[in-house]
Write a protein that binds this ligand. Structure first.
Ligand SMILES: Nc1ncnc2c1ncn2[C@@H]1O[C@H](COP(=O)(O)OP(=O)(O)OP(=O)(O)O)[C@@H](O)[C@H]1O
Length: 234
């Protein structure tokens, strides 16, 4: 088990967003968090990375309790996070956006360098000198995912990577998830059950800040009742 989220309670002010949410992820797996708007998917990822620390419960990553640690320390333990709003640093080139994120754990050769990213994603190499702010939505998403690799993640969290992107770009993001899932454990959120089932091995369905259903993608695909109950827009 690389990630264990145990009974977390996360608040915004006095308002309870996650109320006893638990799930776990095995090393090498790709899982998806599904659920209607406001179910708590983004807050779950933000709780793991430490942006909205849970007030109760615990989160264990690779044997270390990370709940309670500051976000930058959690990231340095090897958790990459791509927020919903893709924070490209404006005024920095594509190359600089990657360079500022670079982190090498002592004693380990980095798996990801700017050169490797440019080799594997030539589209980013072509844009190397361009200001990050001038990129299209799809290019920005590629860059934010690539940037999250620069901390050499063992676990990658992607929050709605497809939001606002054209279908052809969504296909590219799907391919990127498939490729990265060969080497990295991943947790992503998505509004589209079809996309999730295609690219994740397991899904957790959230409702009102809790996991209410867990299934392999295969089983959920053949379970229209559960899809209808928790995922269809009423
Ligand atoms: N910054 C915030 N301040 C106050 N409440 C918030 C904030 N962000 C989220 N919430 C509340 O927390 C709950 C969970 O929201 P969250 O964004 O995690 O859901 P989600 O499943 O990711 O939904 P969406 O698909 O709309 O992003 C909701 O009730 C939401 O209104």
């Amino acid at each position: 088990m690389i990630l264990e989220v145990n009974d977390i309670h996360t608040y915004y002010g006095e308002s309870l967003a996650l109320q006893g949410l638990s799930f776990s992820v095995n090393e090498g797996e790709t899982v998806c968090l599904l659920g209607r708007n406001g179910a708590g998917k983004s807050t779950t990822l933000k709780s793991i990375i430490g942006l909205t620390p849970p007030r109760k419960g615990s989160i264990v990553f690779a044997g270390d309790t990370i709940s309670g640690k500051p976000a930058h320390r959690i990231a340095r333990l090897g958790i990459g996070y791509v927020p919903e709003d893709r924070r490209i640093f404006p005024g920095l080139s594509v190359r600089e956006n990657l360079e500022v994120a670079e982190y090498r754990r002592s004693g380990e050769a980095p798996a990801w360098t700017v050169e490797r990213i440019f080799d594997e994603y030539p589209m980013l190499a072509e844009l190397a000198g361009q200001d990050g702010d001038t990129l299209s939505g799809g290019q920005q998403q590629m860059l934010t995912v690539a940037r999250s690799l620069m901390i050499q993640p063992r676990l990658l969290l992607l929050d709605e990577p497809n939001e606002g992107l054209a279908p052809v770009i969504v296909q590219q993001i799907g391919r990127l998830i498939d490729e990265l899932s060969q080497s990295t454990t991943m947790v992503f959120t998505d509004q589209s059950v079809q996309f999730a089932l295609k690219h994740a091995q397991r899904a957790f369905i959230l409702e009102r800040g809790k996991v209410v259903h867990e299934a392999t993608s295969e089983n959920l695909r053949n379970d229209p009742d559960t899809q209808e109950r928790y995922l269809s827009v009423a």
